[in-house]
Ligand binder design. Structure first.
Ligand code: NAD
Ligand code: DAU
Length: 332
């Protein structure tokens, strides 16, 4: 039986990947997760005990990481501080987890000669103009804007260096904005859905012209498993599902789907350094590895995501008040 270590497996996308692996392979999964404010053990509910081992711990813990690497065949690295607004408030945990944590894992991959897949973001490429006909490709130069994206860019560069200098068997994927169940209420889509459920007016940063390229988390997971199985060592793959939408349109879709007037939201202070547009060209992944997304219809995926948040208030309610208090303190 293949054994996979998934870091950050109690987070939004990591837990989606763990469910995907358990449902589509016979692999055994070990999750290493610190359970920060963003981690939730309940996101892994329903997985049979003989398929999953959960270890609460920090990816910067050298001894723990070292011992877990001896027990597995491959490692998929999701653990990160993931929220741009938090990185503008307090960058330090981003340096520690995203840079030092990735370094710690790479050293273990080197010493134990383990297959390593690094999860990253399209934000490492900076942003595009709204009318730019180009999209990000694997050869777009790195130009991150925020403390979050600069630490992710730094972690990608560490992976590349460990491949070239030490022959580590690693691949990298850079994905666009994910949506779906189990996403923390600090993020745009779940924040607005849960605001409507709670009777709070949704909040749009600035004018809302910023564009994000949405992909369902399950499609991200199937792409990562494809790369783990068939990717070429040393290569980077961009993951995206042609889902460009501006924030104002997404806000209006959420409000309409939830039976609210389309203008029932507030404009609030814009994010500092707010990236204008992300757009992914995933031709390499599709043509070389034969991957394709399953969620073609964003509106349908959004409707089922809204339904999930309506039915799973117990999952998100414990985080809601603290999240809104944080935003209120920032005028957002
Ligand atoms: P998340 O914030 O929901 O989850 C992060 C998880 O990592 C949590 O379970 C947290 O407890 C864990 N964690 C944090 N610090 C840790 C540490 N030091 N040691 C062990 N565990 C730790 O994030 P997410 O949205 O699921 O993102 C996961 C990964 O995917 C990140 O690397 C992120 O950069 C990348 N990514 C996210 C998106 C997106 O749209 N959410 C898109 C592309 C790439
Ligand atoms: O592109 C991939 C990235 O997508 C990942 O690397 C990050 O981990 C993930 O958080 C996400 O980053 P964004 O900053 O794009 O996502 P967020 O959900 O924070 O915001 C999406 C857009 O919505 C962005 O333009 C800011 C805006 N926004 C956000 C919030 C929380 C609002 O207008 N109102 C809000 O309340």
């Amino acid at each position: 039986m293949t054994r996979i270590l998934v870091t950050g497996g109690a987070g939004f996308i990591g837990s989606s990947f763990v469910h995907h692996v358990v449902e589509n392979t016979d692999a055994h999964v070990t999750v290493l997760d610190k359970l920060t404010y963003a981690g939730n053990r309940a996101s892994l509910a329903g997985i049979p005990a003989d398929r999953l081992r959960f270890v609460r711990g920090d990816i910067t813990d050298v001894d723990l990481v070292d011992s877990l690497f001896t027990e597995v065949d491959s490692v998929v690295h999701y653990a990160a501080e993931s929220h741009n607004d938090n990185s503008l408030h307090d960058p330090r945990p981003f340096l520690e987890t995203n840079i030092v944590g990735t370094y710690t894992l790479l050293e273990a991959a080197r010493h134990h000669n383990r297959r390593f897949h690094h999860i990253s973001t399209d934000e490492v490429y900076g942003d595009l103009e709204l009318d730019d006909p180009d999209r990000f490709t694997e050869s777009t130069p790195y130009a991150p804007s925020s403390p979050y994206s600069s630490t992710k860019a730094g972690s990608d560069l560490l992976v590349r260096a460990w491949v070239r200098s030490f022959g580590v068997h690693a691949t990298i994927s850079n994905c666009s904005n994910n949506y779906g169940p189990y996403q923390h209420v600090e993020k745009f889509i779940p924040r607005q859905i849960t605001n409507v459920i709670r009777g709070i007016r949704p909040k749009l940063y600035g004018a809302g012209h910023n564009v994000r390229d949405w992909i369902h988390a399950d499609d991200h997971s199937s792409a990562v498993l494809t790369i783990l199985d068939k990717g070429t060592i040393g290569e980077t793959y961009l993951i995206g599902a042609d889902g460009e939408k501006d924030n104002k349109s997404v806000m209006e879709l959420i409000l309409t789907e939830m039976g609210q007037p389309m203008d029932a939201y507030d404009h609030v202070i814009d994010r500092a350094g707010h990236d204008l547009r992300y757009a992914i060209d995933s031709t390499k992944l599709r043509t070389e590895l034969g991957w394709a997304p399953k969620y073609g219809n964003f509106e349908a995926g959004l409707a089922s995501t809204i339904d999930w948040y309506k039915k799973n208030e117990a999952w998100w309610a414990p985080s809601k008040d603290a999240t809104e208090a944080f935003y209120a303190g920032r005028g957002q």
